[in-house]
Write a protein that binds this ligand. Sequence first.
Ligand code: GUN
Length: 297
Amino acid sequence: MAADVIDGKAFAAGLRARIAKAVPAFEAATGRVPGLAVVLVGDDAASQVYVGAKGKATVAAGMKSFEYRLPADAAQDELLALVARLNADPTVDGILVQLPLPKGFDEKRVIAAIDPDKDVDGITPTNAGRLVLGADALVSCTPLGCLMMLRDLLGDLSGLDAVIVGRSILFGKPMAQLLLQANCTVTMAHSRTRDLPAVLRRADIVIAAIGQPEYIRGDWLKAGAVVLDGGINRLPPAPGKAKGRIVGDVAFDEALPHVRAITPVPGGVGATTIACLLRNTLVAAHRRAGLADPEGF
Ligand code: GUN
């Protein structure tokens, strides 16, 4: 049977459309639209592109977008003061501080300063704890998008073997918790894992989040596995080209004959992240306003 190439862009477009439909009901109930503040420190080119895209998507969904830029040499206290201001601003429902922060910033301290009820990245200690405890957490956008796509494709995930490769706070760790809650048998693999191919060969679900171009080879995968590739890696430029191709953590062409379904890069996992950010902002706005969570998300 031919493998299914999962269309992350179409999935995200559907999610964004449902969010845009839910905004007017929130506005009718509260007299305002949800607001998302994004903070970018420094001038990393890739981060600037992401932050611009987040702002555009927020406005397109009918929400309010606030963008703050600080220079790379700003003082840590200046950033903490901005976070405190956003925490106190009633028109801001979501706060995202773009990571990584430039050298010299204490990332853990900045993250811990974000109001957990506005933490649309799900990375404050409070939300990480809520997720582990199975309480109502805000959950990091990329793993949330992966879970939604898996449910869309497979329905009930109970009893499936899931292997996550990578243990970052924004992806691997929250992904493991979500899959555990969905009754998967979860294995977390990482750069020190011995014999990764043997670990992967038992996986019904593979989540790749290691940031190594085409690291996972096709013959490491079990026949019929579902593979979600969160990697975004740029290859060195081919001769005569200014820029290299963007590839994932999985050797896509090799994997295709082995798998039941796989996300492409680009156009797979990455495409869903911003839609999930809007979803989290909508949910945070409802909870902060004392309303029930919006239905269907
Ligand atoms: N940098 C890359 N992805 C993300 C994300 O999802 N959230 C934050 N805060 N920074 C990022």
